[in-house]
Design a protein around this ligand. Structure first.
Ligand SMILES: [Zn+2]
Length: 300
């Protein structure tokens, strides 16, 4: 069974007036409710202490107390903020940590139906990301005896800049990002491996870049895969600037899951970006992602 974490606050914690497709979470939950092999769970609230392991305590506290400056909040987006943004953020972090605990205990795959907040830095947020759940999960996993080396594969169309910066000095984490070169964030950070795609890259270009990248990685070298599986490379995505089809994205996920499966590599799936118009295209692509993950989980 594929365990997925979802809470109504993933949508409800964002104001309807915000320029963010907040309904993607509820729509996806409705779609996945009937899918065989998927079990949805309510995530717990992450604690302040779990977040301050990798984030600046002052920044964390000011967010939790509703004291971020207007400038700091503007850099994050998702505005106007409602008080529920705080429990939303803590549920999302909790969902990522619980998916991590699942795969550390049982192997295989588990996922959060949100998160992958890769634009959050040590002491500030940006691009819809408040705290970096990938960095928090990496730190948490390294506290367990089983995990010495972590592969972080970020295939969201935007560079995983916050993750790259936060984990830059961690020898135990190998950060990989495949992203649009001419897209947010315009000031890139340095991952251990960055591959940039030109605007309007098609399935052929996208998948050959991915194959080349994957060929350089030996999944057997790692104890854990943190997969940021954003679907914003999709051709109809408003923020993606690429021309990848739904089938192209499915092929992408298939390649990743196959390699992880062959290496018996425990894998956490973080949802990441997706801003297509119509929103159904984003929901379709995420449905494909988690349905495919459930198929791999069933093969174990
Ligand atoms: Zn993105």
């Amino acid at each position: 069974m594929l365990n997925l974490y979802y809470h109504p606050l993933y949508t409800g914690g964002i104001d309807p007036e915000a320029r963010f497709p907040r309904d993607r979470y509820t729509l996806l939950a409705q779609r996945l409710a009937g899918v065989n092999g998927i079990q949805m769970h309510t995530p717990r609230l992450a604690t302040r202490e779990e977040i301050t392991t990798v984030h600046d305590a002052d920044y964390v506290d000011r967010f939790l107390n509703g004291e971020l400056s207007d400038k700091e909040a503007r850099k994050i987006g998702l505005r106007p903020w409602r008080p529920e943004i705080v429990p939303r953020t803590l549920r999302i972090m909790g969902g990522s940590l619980q998916a991590l605990d699942d795969v550390l205990s049982h192997g295989g795959l588990a996922g959060n139906m949100a998160g992958g907040t890769h634009h959050a830095f040590y002491d500030y947020g940006s691009g819809y990301c408040i705290f970096n759940d990938i960095a928090v999960c990496a730190h948490h996993a390294l506290q367990t005896p089983k995990v010495k080396r972590i592969l972080i594969l970020d295939l969201d169309v935007h560079q995983g800049d916050g993750t790259a910066a936060m984990l830059q000095s961690w020898d135990s984490c190998y950060t990989v990002s495949l992203h649009g070169g001419n897209n947010f964030p315009f000031k890139k950070q340095q991952s251990d491996l960055d591959v940039e795609l030109p605007c309007d890259a098609t399935d052929t270009e996208y998948l050959s870049a991915l194959d080349e990248l994957l060929a350089t990685l030996n999944f057997n070298d790692y104890d854990l895969l943190l997969y940021q599986a954003g679907v914003d490379p999709l051709i109809t995505d408003r923020l993606g600037r690429l021309a990848v089809t739904r089938e192209g994205l499915n092929q992408r996920n298939l390649r990743v899951f196959e390699k992880a499966h062959l290496a018996c590599l425990p894998t956490v799936i973080f949802m990441g970006g997706g801003y297509a118009e119509p929103i159904a295209d984003t929901v379709d692509a995420f449905q494909d992602l988690f349905t495919l993950a459930a198929q791999f989980q069933a093969q174990r």
